[in-house]
Design a binder for this molecule. Structure first.
Ligand SMILES: C[C@](O)(CO)[C@H](O)COP(=O)(O)OP(=O)(O)OC[C@H]1O[C@@H](n2ccc(N)nc2=O)[C@H](O)[C@@H]1O
Ligand SMILES: Nc1ncnc2c1ncn2[C@@H]1O[C@H](COP(=O)(O)OP(=O)(O)OP(=O)(O)O)[C@@H](O)[C@H]1O
Length: 301
């Protein structure tokens, strides 16, 4: 008896970052878009909480209780007064520490999978509240699609998306720590007033229309200068994708994955080929957006 949940990665099509708050977080206007790269989280009853992970980046994933999937299982078990004795297997396809919310995806996936396995039927708003305790990106991993995240990114308003967007992702050699990138953002802004983050109406309209050209004109990531400062070679990757015909090139979230918006499927293939030929990244992935949020694919039997 086991439950498998599939959970998407994300790209931030707009990441407007405000000044540091007293609690150390930053207020955001964070427009998330779920993309079709997925982790699969399978939970099976076991004699104790145990995590395993497979996939090309598996060796970088912590297998102790710091793993967001373990924290999710423990949080849900704690609320329902039961023990979290499950084997959690993560089939990992989302790059680790890549700015694509891979760990968050596993947290949301494990939460939904345990809820199903234990037959709890926890209301959606309670699941979202647990997600928000686990991390700022985790609620979005649960809902998928597209959404504006305010507060520290955890307060979500779903956004309409009127078409399919073609993305290419260049995976970097190495990772970036999210707190380090926010810290670098603070350093770069030191002594200046950071503007209040606001969502771009032009960007939400481009999403609503499914218009890739209009979206390309409005995408933006306030963490990009910080990510480039910590990982300067990403500039070459951005240039290579732009020269390969991408409509827009940006750092994905806190990086170091870089994201390229293409006009259509054919153009996405050309961008991917140009990136591979440029030798400025570890590997390249093509994906469609929007993707659905965490979804049970193999229920308990
Ligand atoms: C860069 C993004 O991925 C964009 O979606 C997110 O803002 C990061 O979300 P996340 O990885 O879920 O981050 P959390 O686990 O909540 O926080 C990790 C650390 O990132 C920094 N952090 C995160 C979110 C936020 N709004 N402000 C921050 O300053 C803080 O240093 C925090 O201690
Ligand atoms: N299930 C998990 N998968 C991957 N990393 C995890 C997981 N749980 C905890 N971590 C830890 O979190 C760190 C960040 O990994 P993750 O892949 O979530 O980064 P990210 O995609 O850059 O996150 P975000 O885009 O949300 O800022 C890893 O280096 C690892 O130590």
């Amino acid at each position: 008896m086991s439950v498998t949940v599939r959970v998407p990665a994300k790209v931030n099509v707009q990441l407007a970052v405000g000044g540091a708050r007293a609690d150390g977080f930053h207020d955001l206007a964070n427009v998330f878009l779920a993309v079709g790269l997925y982790d699969e989280v399978t939970v099976t009853p076991a004699d104790r909480l145990r995590i395993t992970c497979s996939g090309p980046d598996a060796h970088q994933v912590p297998l102790d209780h710091s793993n967001l999937a373990a924290r999710a299982a423990l949080a849900l078990a704690g609320r329902s007064g039961r023990s979290a004795d499950v084997h959690i297997h993560i089939a990992k396809d989302i790059p680790v520490a890549g700015g694509m919310a891979g760990g968050s995806a596993d947290g949301a996936g494990a939460l939904l999978a345990c809820d199903e396995l234990w037959g709890l039927g926890t209301p959606r708003d309670e699941l979202l509240a647990i997600c928000a305790e686990l991390g700022s990106d985790v609620p979005f991993s649960l809902i998928g699609g597209a959404a504006l995240g305010t507060g520290r990114g955890e307060q979500l308003t779903p956004l309409e998306v009127g078409g399919t967007f073609h993305w290419v992702f260049a995976l970097a050699d190495g990772g970036l720590s999210t707190p380090a990138v926010y810290g670098e953002f603070d350093r770069l802004w030191e002594g200046r007033e950071v503007p209040v983050p606001e969502a771009s109406p032009e960007l939400t309209e481009a999403l609503r229309l499914g218009d890739a050209t209009a979206l390309a004109e409005t995408v933006g990531n306030d963490l990009q200068p910080a990510a480039l400062s910590l990982f300067p070679s990403l500039r070459q990757t951005l240039t290579a994708g732009g020269e390969g015909g991408a409509l827009a090139a940006l750092v994905s979230g806190s990086g170091p994955t870089t994201a390229f918006l293409a006009k259509d499927a054919e153009s996405a293939e050309s961008v991917a080929e140009a990136l591979l030929a440029s030798d400025t990244c570890r590997s390249v992935r093509v994906a469609l957006a929007p993707a659905p949020g965490a979804t049970v694919v193999a229920p308990a039997v």
